[in-house]
Design a protein around this ligand. Structure first.
Ligand SMILES: Nc1ncnc2c1ncn2[C@@H]1O[C@H](COP(=O)(O)OP(=O)(O)OP(=O)(O)O)[C@@H](O)[C@H]1O
Ligand SMILES: [Mg+2]
Length: 427
């Protein structure tokens, strides 16, 4: 907390001109002094994200508010690309860092939340995106932080992604149908991005907000994960999980995370399983406009197991049978393994990447998918009628609906976002 509050104090009533000072290790949710518990993960010798940021983030530019206001024609509604739970995103034009040549197109996110929570999410995004580098993660070009008399302003400047999001292309009929091969390419790239975060960095990173609207698409439909405001470092030496305030999006969050606040990389794997089913069906994880039995995607698809004859009935009709049924079955099995009730039984993202490659290449030797799907109890075959779509137990289900009623304790950050403000119960 110290680093956030001291930063804010130092910045008060002046424009911040230099990179945020990130010398201390990033702290847990401000309203929730959270603990780190049990085993596995990073070593104590390992550097934290703020330490890595100090070393690596030299290419992150610092913009003045005036520059970004100019870049977006005073945040013109005509240049607005979209709006999420954390703020509005605008298309903008900025000068190159060397000042020469044509200006470059960027996406500028202006956080709409005041106070510590907004600042924390902004800071997390600057820290994580300043450190990571992968073709399937969106590039952070720079940021702006102003603490003036009119309150605080926090902005982020990203590379511009011209083809909107995976969610747009799956659900919005104004876009042409997303062909099968493109869906596979997108989901494989997204899996590689997550695998990099979980397994290829010096620090393990838990993304915590994997969903189709956070998968941006470039001009060639290459996917890039965006929105690192909820990202967290994985557990430190000897621990199994990080305990946090529960935040995420309905329909994607892993049930054990919602119930206990225990966060692991396997929470991301669960969310990935949900998106796999979205890719197959062309449906949203939660769609209130459909008939009741079809509103919750995971509840609906469990009536069509991958090995059954009826399986093809879940496939997106917009594909008009232009897909490989064999690959689709394998992907559904893989989704089943990602959605295992017990987090430990879910595959690692590197295993998911391998399984996807096998499914895409049509290899018969897809043992990883078959074995993991068969050996775990998934929510798709869970006979508990009271399970909710993300496979939550009755208590988690109650917790969700209870929170939905509690205006003061339930902070709705976006249309389907949730944030449990009270301290997460740690069992
Ligand atoms: N780098 C980018 N390039 C182009 N468009 C972008 C970029 N980042 C975001 N957008 C657009 O802005 C929209 C809003 O993004 P944002 O991440 O704020 O919200 P969201 O993902 O829809 O919701 P949530 O707040 O729940 O994550 C996106 O749907 C996308 O169309
Ligand atoms: Mg988003």
């Amino acid at each position: 907390m110290k680093c956030f509050s001291s930063l804010i104090e130092r910045c008060r009533s002046r424009v911040q001109k230099s990179a945020p000072e990130l010398k201390t290790r990033s702290q847990p949710e401000s309203s929730n002094p959270s603990q780190v518990s049990k085993s596995s993960g990073s070593s104590s010798l390992q550097r934290s994200i703020p330490e890595l940021y100090e070393e690596r983030a030299h290419n992150v530019r610092v913009f003045t508010y005036w520059e970004l206001r100019n870049a977006t024609n005073d945040f013109s509604r005509l240049l607005k690309l979209g709006e999420g739970g954390f703020g509005s995103v605008y298309k903008g034009l900025i000068k190159r860092s060397d000042g020469h040549g044509d200006r470059i197109v960027v996406a500028i996110k202006k956080l709409n939340k005041d106070g510590m929570q907004g600042h924390k999410q902004w800071l997390a995004e600057v820290q994580f995106l300043g450190v990571v580098e992968h073709p399937n993660l969106v590039k952070l070009i720079g940021y702006c932080a102003v603490d003036g008399e009119r309150g605080i302003q926090r902005l982020l400047v990203y590379e511009f992604m011209p083809n909107k999001t995976l969610e747009d292309h799956l659900l919005n009929r104004i876009f042409p149908v997303l062909p099968w091969q493109t869906r596979l390419k997108i989901i494989l790239g997204a899996a590689q991005g997550l695998a990099y975060l979980h397994e290829e960095l010096e620090v393990q990173v838990i993304y915590r907000d994997f969903k189709s609207s956070n998968v941006l698409l470039d001009e060639d439909f290459n996917p890039k994960l965006s929105d690192f405001g909820l990202a967290r470092e994985g557990p430190a030496d000897g621990r199994t999980h990080v305990s946090t305030a529960v935040m995420g999006t309905y329909g994607y969050a892993a049930p054990e995370y919602v119930q206990t606040g225990h966060l692991t990389t396997k929470s991301d794997v669960y969310s990935f399983g949900v998106v796999l089913y979205e890719i197959l069906t062309g449906r949203s994880s939660l769609d209130r406009k459909r008939p009741r039995p079809e509103q919750k995607l995971l509840e609906w698809v469990k009536r069509f197991p991958p090995e059954s004859k009826r399986f093809s009935m879940i496939m997106d009709p917009r594909l008009e049978d232009q897909y490989s049924l064999n690959a689709a079955r394998k992907i559904a099995k893989l989704a089943g393994s990602c959605l295992c009730k017990h987090a430990k039984e879910r595959p690692l993202m590197s295993q998911v990447v391998e399984s996807l490659k096998q499914a895409i290449e049509g290899l018969e030797d897809g043992n990883t998918i078959q074995e993991s799907a068969d050996s775990c109890e998934t929510h798709l075959v869970d006979s508990d009628e009271n399970s909710d779509p993300v496979g939550n137990s009755k208590s988690a289900n109650r917790r969700m609906s209870h929170l939905a009623r509690l205006g003061e304790n339930f902070n709705v950050v976006g249309k389907r976002r949730f944030m449990i403000v009270q301290t997460a119960k740690v069992s």
